[in-house]
Design a protein around this ligand. Structure first.
Ligand code: FAD
Ligand code: PYC
Length: 405
């Protein structure tokens, strides 16, 4: 039926790289494309190339399970993630592209006394920061999410939960496509299938440009948003980053009619679940235990995750799983991101999002664009510097991360 559809407008043109740009962004995920959009729209910088070794959105942006929330413990994180949640509200209008943001609520289950105390602490801290989050009894959890078992005999009994109602999901591909189309319409070149093999520096140490599969490209500024491969790219500029890269997997079931109204996460058991608009149950858990760039991950973790989902939601016992995949996530020692200038003049980095950077996409891209344009931190990303690993001013979100990493 589609064969009759001809002469569709391209969403972004395929272009060959120019010899020189004001800004080169390495990585055409949501964060890199978003930064290009905000640089062009809010800072008037349009002589930009976003370069990706594969297809745009084919990294973690197109592989994640799309959970969006801002119920983080520390003030710095709450500000950053809530800035993103604010931007999510109007992103479809801003891009004139339906990113299908759905604030269906994220419910985090408490299975033991530690969970109860920790989530209540989050609820109080979040309220102080103006982030919506409230405590639900187990009966209220069941009302909010009927497939949930709250039987006291369950292997993972539910003692209650923390609900962020403004949280939810969005369509991951649409986020990449929407930012790409908007950036390209403003003059940004998007160059796919062109690996950046090295960052080059002038004799005075400042950034000179990038070596790529299509040759050397000069740039006044280079900004790296390469997720799990950031440390590899940055190493070529002699910048060593405190990152470890791990596979993170997810899987989906066969599609079924709407049955699951929200997002549920269980940190103690390491499993989370939502239902996509296509009807698939979207399921995931923590990272694999070993560092790797394999983009696959091991089966034992998937088995554990699915077993946990069946315990918590017995009605899914006979669902068939359709496919699984993995992405490579970049994890910092304090489990918080880095959005920062670097010791190299003209070189910027946005990385360390680990298992949780999709939700931050608009906020990270927005503040990263500011930092690139003004060569200075935005008030919101100022605490997320590289220097914090030297000074010790860490933002220790390890316990707040929804999935283990
Ligand atoms: P990416 O989308 O990975 O973009 C980086 C790009 O850099 C890639 O396209 C890659 O090809 C390119 N690149 C790398 N090296 C080079 C090079 N040398 N030259 C040129 N290009 C290069 N986060 C949430 O908030 N909620 C979730 O529910 C969630 N679930 C997840 C589930 C899974 C299975 C995975 C893997 C991740 C999940 N995340 C989640 C994390 C989230 O996906 C990432 O933190 C986020 O998408 C990172 O976006 P990005 O644009 O920085 O990276
Ligand atoms: O950060 O909320 C999150 C998340 C959920 C699944 C993977 N990451």
């Amino acid at each position: 039926a589609l064969s009759g559809h001809k002469n569709w407008t391209e969403q972004w043109p395929e272009v060959e790289p120019k010899a020189e740009y004001d800004v080169i962004i390495v990585g055409a995920g949501g964060h890199g494309l978003g930064a290009a959009h905000y640089l062009a729209k809010e800072h008037g910088i349009t002589n930009i190339a976003v370069i990706d070794k594969g297809w745009l959105g084919g990294g973690n942006t197109g592989r994640n399970t799309t959970i969006i929330r801002s119920n983080y413990l520390y003030d710095e994180s709450a500000r950053l993630y809530d800035h993103a949640v604010d931007l999510w509200q109007d992103l479809s209008q801003d891009l004139n592209y339906n990113v299908m943001y759905s604030n269906r609520g994220v419910l985090m289950l408490a299975h033991n006394v530690h969970d109860v105390q920790s989530f209540k602490r989050h609820v109080h801290a979040n309220r102080l920061n103006g982030v919506d989050n409230r405590w639900l009894t187990k009966e209220e959890c069941k009302d909010y999410c009927p497939p949930l078992s709250i039987s006291p005999d369950a292997r993972y009994p539910v003692l209650g939960g923390a609900l962020q109602k403004r949280a939810g999901t969005a369509r991951h591909d649409a986020v990449a496509w929407g930012y790409a189309r908007s950036a390209a319409a403003r003059g940004v070149d998007i160059i796919q299938n062109c690996a950046v093999t090295a960052i080059r520096r002038h004799p005075d140490g400042s950034v000179a440009g990038v070596e790529t599969a299509k040759g050397f490209i000069k740039a006044k500024k280079v900004a790296v948003s390469a997720a799990g491969h950031t440390s590899v790219v940055m190493q070529t500029a002699d910048v060593r980053l405190p990152l470890e890269s791990y596979p993170l997997q997810a899987l989906v079931s066969e599609p079924v009619k709407p049955v699951f109204p929200c997002v549920v996460m269980s940190n103690a058991v390491h499993a989370y679940i939502s239902q996509s608009d296509k009807g698939e149950l979207v399921i995931g858990s923590g990272t694999d235990q070993y560092t790797s760039y394999s983009q696959r991950g091991g089966l034992p973790l998937i088995e554990h995750t699915v077993a946990a989902i069946c315990e918590i939601f017995p009605m899914f016992n006979r669902m068939r799983m359709l496919r699984k995949w993995g992405g490579i996530v970049d994890v910092t020692p304090d489990r918080s991101a880095i959005i920062s200038k670097t010791p190299v003049e003209g070189l910027y980095v946005n990385c360390g999002w680990g298992t949780g950077g999709f939700k931050a996409t608009p906020g990270a891209a927005h503040t990263f664009a500011w930092t690139i344009a003004k060569n200075a931190p935005h008030p919101i990303n100022a605490p997320f510097t590289l220097e914090r690993f030297r000074t010790g001013r860490l933002i220790d979100e390890a316990a707040a991360a929804a999935v283990a990493h």
